[in-house]
Design a protein around this ligand. Structure first.
Ligand code: 5GP
Ligand code: ZN
Length: 113
């Protein structure tokens, strides 16, 4: 728990959020500023600042397994969905607690902006 971190405070129940899923390792919330009709954030409970700081690679299995489970459970698979991890300021990371974006419900261009 990092008291200066907005995601730690949400996961600790100190700040409100709309939870879609939670277990002992990870939680999924709705993004406060959605960039698609469905925009979720898959967040590990452990405070890890960025993707390159992950020490146990099995965490990726938890994060991607949760993202794909939620995509199935919410019926996003047929429409298609995108998973994104922004790593570092120049890649668009604004919250320095690791998270996987799960976006769906519109057409996504490639390459991303
Ligand atoms: P990043 O830019 O770091 O990849 O993504 C951070 C995401 O967190 C952004 O999409 C932003 O809208 C979302 N976000 C920031 N603060 C909050 C908050 O307090 N609650 C929720 N639900 N989402 C947040
Ligand atoms: Zn944190």
């Amino acid at each position: 728990m990092n008291g200066d971190c907005v995601f730690c405070r949400i996961l600790d129940g100190e700040l409100p959020a709309h939870f879609v899923y939670k277990d002992e390792k990870v939680a999924v919330i709705r993004d406060i500023n959605p960039q698609a009709p469905t925009h979720l954030l898959v967040i590990p409970r452990e405070h890890i600042s960025s993707a390159d700081q992950v020490e146990d690679p099995s965490l990726w299995s938890v994060l991607m397994g949760t993202a794909t489970k939620v995509a199935r459970d919410l019926g996003l698979v047929e429409d298609g969905y995108r998973v994104v991890v922004n790593c570092g300021d120049r890649a668009g990371q604004t919250v320095h607690h690791l998270h996987v974006h799960l976006l769906s419900g519109r057409f996504f261009q490639w390459p991303p902006g």
